[in-house]
Design a protein around this ligand. Structure first.
Ligand code: S3P
Length: 173
């Protein structure tokens, strides 16, 4: 993968797939600005994601995601963005991202996603009520539903290749 400084790069995939972790690393290496869409949304709303879901509902949250995504696309050149796990699956955001930049799906395995999400499910509105078994089932279900959208990414990186791809110059400028 070769990028130029004006590219808008969108990392997509399930919660716990490493979008923020790799997004930060990649942005440092390529000297691109890093944007975490969830963090920007929380900043703008002045309340955390659990609160937004509780007080205003999921549809409000999804529309805010789309609004912010649009704003960055219009106003900013050259960035790497970690998108929330649901972003590509609502409001035709996947087409928007594909039309204006480069999408990369971190196709992490359900087992690894499960291990990463266990200790932090309390912070995520869609997960916090689930016990361990329900959490794993939820991950499988969401992956099955969301694959149709994630698959539209320009690049797909398999679980076993994520570390290698990002660490070993398979991504360059
Ligand atoms: C969500 C993923 C979260 C956050 C919200 C909903 C989802 O983002 O946007 O809790 O629907 O998958 P991360 O994927 O960055 O955890």
């Amino acid at each position: 993968m070769n990028f130029i400084p004006t590219d808008k790069i969108f990392l997509i995939g399930m919660m716990g797939s490493g979008k923020s972790y790799w997004g930060k690393k990649l942005s440092e290496r390529l000297h691109f600005d890093f944007i975490d869409l969830d963090e920007e949304l929380v900043k703008e709303e002045g309340r955390d994601i659990n609160k937004i879901f509780q007080e205003s509902g999921e549809q409000y949250f999804r529309d805010k995601e789309t609004e912010l995504l649009n704003r960055f696309i219009v106003e900013k050149e050259g960035f790497i963005m970690a998108t929330g796990g649901g972003v590509p699956c609502f409001n035709n955001n996947i087409s928007l991202m594909n039309n204006h930049g480069i999408t990369i799906w971190l196709n992490e395995s359900p087992e690894i996603i499960f291990r990463r999400l266990l200790p932090e499910k309390i912070h995520r509105p869609l997960l916090k009520e689930l016990n361990n078994e329900e959490l794993f089932d939820f991950i499988l279900l969401k992956l099955a539903e969301r694959k149709a959208y994630y698959r539209k990414a320009k690049y797909i990186i398999k679980s076993t290749e994520i570390t290698d791809t990002f660490n070993n110059n398979l991504i360059s400028l």
